[in-house]
Design a binder for this molecule. Structure first.
Ligand code: P6P
Length: 344
């Protein structure tokens, strides 16, 4: 199926790109396009708030009685509510799930429902806002598999390979929306002067020859021996590989986005205190893994492909090794020693 051909010099809004992509699918109903439009709208509203978070103290008198700390603490709640309000009445969704809410977010009675479910982390890494580190929104779209109008837990607990769309917004030096619908990965940069996301990174491919290693090695004492060996290999201390440069800002979307463009690997291994890892499967690891694979990379929990994991709980955590395929393969190969140690 031919993909939409644009270059970085084409002036293409995300709305136009979505329509052109939709035309490549004769059976498309436009519902998925509508979801992507609404996510872009919510992203603009969140970007507007995040961009001014540091000024809340000054703007508090004009903006509201909020003080900086209060707005910062509430930014992830604001982001959550903005997405829910932008998405709940469009008639394309049958349910939502958010990192901010314990259970399924139903579509209110009186609103039309659709055939898709949206799972999202409204503002990942929000604790970084007060030190001006980029934060992000991550989203995943799956098709309803149960009968009836409203989404159920079974609709949410689908393996990542069943996603129909996934993306993230990074609120950094510029605001970018990066998404895939299975036809490659495309990035759009917000031009705040006209309030439009413009195509800036068509057909993103992750470099095979990775440059970066992103890992919080303050947990080294908590890692098992194969994990410690793997990090020594990435650093060129073992196995003769060219050492990777360590870059870690502690904000998943920022670390992932840099490695997607520059090549390399992001690792959040299991450790003695977080035996199942820290990051969430359904609305963090799974959508980023769909994007990474569509860009030519790979993603694993150290044993199996992230997109093949059958979820059992809405907020379940997972160890994550995601990035350039060669670097992920090295993780799986090195961590396989765990089973050898167990069998020995
Ligand atoms: P640690 C932010 O709190 C977050 O959820 C991700 O954005 C980030 O990758 C990770 O946690 C950082 O965790 O344990 O290194 O502080």
């Amino acid at each position: 199926m031919p993909v939409v051909q644009h270059t970085a010099t084409s002036v293409v809004t995300i709305e136009r790109f979505i329509i052109e992509e939709e035309r490549l699918h004769p059976t498309a109903t436009g519902e998925l396009s509508g979801i992507l439009y609404d996510i872009a709208l919510a992203a603009k509203m969140i970007a507007n708030k995040v961009r001014r978070a540091g000024l809340a103290d000054i703007l508090g008198s004009t903006d509201s009685s909020n003080i900086q700390g209060e707005i910062q603490q509430k930014l992830d709640v604001f982001a959550n509510d903005t997405i829910v309000k932008a998405m709940d009445h469009g008639g394309r969704l049958c349910a939502m799930a958010s990192e901010e809410e314990p259970g399924i977010i139903p579509i209110p009675d009186g609103f039309r429902t659709g055939k898709y479910c949206l799972l999202f982390d409204p503002l990942d890494g929000s604790s970084n806002i007060d030190v001006n580190v980029p934060v992000g929104t991550i989203f995943s779209v799956v098709q309803k598999i149960t009968r009836g109008r409203h989404g159920e837990m079974e609709d949410m607990l689908q393996p990542g390979r069943r996603q129909v769309a996934a993306g993230y917004v990074i609120y950094g030096s510029s605001t970018m929306l990066v998404y895939t619908t299975g036809q490659g990965v495309h990035g759009f940069t917000l031009d705040p002067s006209i309030g439009e996301f413009l195509l800036s990174h068509p057909h993103i491919r992750i470099p095979d020859d990775g440059r970066y290693l992103s890992v919080n090695d303050s947990y080294e004492a908590q890692w098992d021996e194969p994990t410690k060996l793997l990090m020594r290999k990435y650093r060129g201390l073992e196995g003769g590989r060219k050492p990777l440069s360590v870059r870690y800002v502690g904000s998943l979307v920022a670390d992932f986005h840099r490695n997607l463009l520059g090549g390399g690997i992001f690792c959040y291994p299991s450790n003695k205190r977080a035996t199942g890892g820290k990051l969430r499967l359904l609305y963090e690891a799974s959508p980023l893994s769909f994007i990474c694979e569509q860009a030519g990379g790979a993603a694993s929990n150290g044993v199996e492909r992230i997109l093949d994991i059958q979820p059992s709980e809405l907020h379940q955590r997972v160890p994550l090794f995601i990035g350039s395929k060669r670097d992920v393969d090295l993780a799986v190969q090195t961590l396989a020693q765990r089973s050898e140690l167990v069998e020995a």
